[in-house]
Ligand binder design. Sequence first.
Ligand code: PA5
Ligand code: NI
Length: 199
Amino acid sequence: MRNEPRAFMLEGPDYVPSVYDHHLTRRLSAMAGQYADQAAYEQMLAGEDVTLYEVYELQRPQVAGELLHGISIVHPGKVGDEFFMTKGHFHTVLETGEIYTCLKGRGAMVMETPEGDWAVEELYPGRVLYVLPRWAHRSVNTGHEEDLVTFFVYPGNAGHDYGTIETQGFRKLVVERQEQMQIIDNPRWRERVASTGSA
Ligand code: PA5
Ligand code: NI
């Protein structure tokens, strides 16, 4: 990792950064238990372990003061009637935010706090979203053919807590019904069990 300012290009049509350090690919098999329609999930996985999304990271030390950034590409598709989406996470250091800028496609950012607030914001090219500290976030591609491409920036010390979402899910799901995008309650959402303070 060179300690010099680094510039790179983000250009269509695919927006893969001209320079990056790490390319992560997340497939359907990594999302066990996350889609509401379990039968549709199993059936799809039996066919092919499709790539749901990819992340191109420009790496920096994971410490306060640094800004981690890169590109997230969520491919189009659905599991049952639920759109392809990222795993989603809280930041391990809850009091850290994140900026997303949409470069391509149509989508939604599903967000919620440990306190029970939730929000869904639309994403389309030119739209910039500030995910406040404390808000878990998941991007969803609500398009039918195009990738959803976003550029993200977050504090180096934020970390990713995937476990909470893997266990409880998000309160809201983004689905397509009667050819319309809809935000519905997640029937499998589990209220976070208050910590007892014991180890
Ligand atoms: O830090 C972020 O929020 C993004 O870089 C995400 O990591 C990226 O969009 C992939 O999502 P996830 O980390 O939930 O798999
Ligand atoms: Ni994040």
